[in-house]
Design a protein around this ligand. Structure first.
Ligand SMILES: Nc1ncnc2c1ncn2[C@@H]1O[C@H](COP(=O)(O)OP(=O)(O)OP(=O)(O)O)[C@@H](O)[C@H]1O
Ligand SMILES: [Mg+2]
Length: 385
């Protein structure tokens, strides 16, 4: 029996026809950009979207992007996927119909070519940098300052929207850049239980077969995911939708004709809660394989494993996936990246732990290993297809 009629409605790119409980945020964002949209070239508009994971920043931004009309263009870049300054400029250029050289230019030269082209081609654009905390402050500064380069642009041709989990990245900017940016902040509070319920109801109506779920099922999911004081990882619509999707999948694979509480219980154990799946997806392939090696080593039941053990396991995994292993120093870099993203913890061994010399110990505390393994393995397979 089919329960999921539209699985595309559960994909990260899906933009729902309306955004329950984000009218105010959409209105504020539009208000910051309004004057520029009504009179392109009149000034340099800026906005900063701030909120926890799954609070609807990206979907609100993309919905706003749909309202931007010619002559103004809208260009969106995820700084998870495009991790370097050059990659971001290349993506913006491509979306705006600008040609910039792929290599050989310094950062300043690249920016100059970009700005000159904007003037020559008479382009007006609102550029949006999502998850901007992935960039170094000096790179963020360049994007903030670009909009003020009216000598090169000939007019105020740029608007800027930055998205982040907190406002910390602002404090890391140099004072004069901070002054240019100002604090045009739009806040996205974590969703309450009732708000999540509305979001689930909307998505279920779009994607699931009528009669395959009832209000109690949706309430149950809202109960376990709705914001709860300061508890981290609550109020995340992505987690709630993920549980609904998996519960529906479980029901389908059981051959059931409706989703039961047991399907929800099973699903909630399978869903990543501490680590966003976008973070995992954004990792380079071999960082994913290294992570798989860590997970498999930890499945022996110990709370810590050594980097040496993980490297051995990594070689086995590379063989399984038909991949040439990366060098020790490259793996070391990936290990640092996994740590910086909060996926793993590392520490040096202490005296009396039965290990010789100094060695790095690795652990994972945030997720059930089975859940994490399934998620990472399926992403790696997807990537190799
Ligand atoms: N108000 C809403 N109405 C309908 N769906 C929503 C709403 N808010 C969020 N969602 C859905 O929840 C998921 C997460 O939202 P989104 O990606 O916008 O979160 P985010 O704040 O950008 O999170 P992150 O910081 O992790 O990138 C998406 O699938 C999105 O479609
Ligand atoms: Mg986002």
């Amino acid at each position: 029996m089919r329960i999921i009629l539209r699985s595309d409605a559960f994909s990260p790119d899906f933009i729902p026809p309306s955004l329950p409980h984000r009218d105010e945020q959409l209105r504020q964002l539009t208000a910051y950009m309004r004057g520029f949209m009504d009179a392109p070239g009149s000034f340099y508009p800026r906005a900063i979207l701030v909120g926890r994971q799954g609070s609807g920043k990206t979907v609100t931004l993309r919905t706003f992007g749909g309202f931007v009309k010619p002559p103004i263009k809208f260009a969106y870049v995820s700084c998870f996927i495009n991790r370097t300054f050059t990659a971001i400029v290349a993506s913006l250029a491509q979306q705006l119909g600008i040609v910039v050289p792929k290599r050989g230019l310094s950062r300043d030269e690249l920016v100059n070519v970009f700005l000159e082209q904007m003037r020559e081609k008479d382009i007006y654009a609102i550029i949006a940098l999502d998850d901007v905390f992935n960039l170094m402050p000096d790179a963020i500064s360049v994007f903030i300052r670009m909009g003020l380069e009216t000598d090169k642009l000939g007019a105020h041709r740029l608007g800027l929207v930055l998205v982040s989990h907190t406002t910390d990245f602002i404090d890391a900017l140099d004072p004069s850049t901070r002054g240019i940016l100002g604090k045009p902040v739009v806040r996205f509070p974590p969703y309450t239980r009732d708000q999540i319920l509305d979001i689930l109801r909307q998505r279920a109506e779009i994607a699931l077969a009528p009669g395959s779920y009832d209000e109690d099922i949706l309430s149950m999911i809202a109960d376990i995911t709705g914001a709860n004081g300061e508890v981290a990882n609550r109020g995340d619509a992505r987690v709630a939708l993920d549980i609904l999707y998996r519960a529906a999948n479980n029901a389908e694979s059981d051959g059931a004709n409706r989703i039961t509480p047991e399907h929800v219980r099973r699903a909630s154990k399978e869903v990543l809660v501490g680590i966003s799946s976008d973070i995992l997806r954004g990792l380079p392939l071999h960082a994913k394989l290294l992570l798989l090696a860590i997970i498999r080593s930890l499945k022996s039941g110990r709370s810590y494993v050594t980097f040496g053990e993980v490297e051995d396991m990594y070689e086995i995994i590379c063989e399984e996936y038909g991949q040439k292993p990366r060098t020790h120093s490259q793996l070391w870099t990936y290990l640092g990246e996994l740590k910086n993203k909060g996926i793993i913890e590392t520490r040096l061994n202490r005296k009396g732990e039965g290990l010789r010399g100094r060695t790095t110990l690795i652990s994972i505390a945030t997720e059930p290993l089975e859940t994490l393994e399934r998620a990472v393995a399926s992403m790696a397979v997807e990537e190799l297809r």
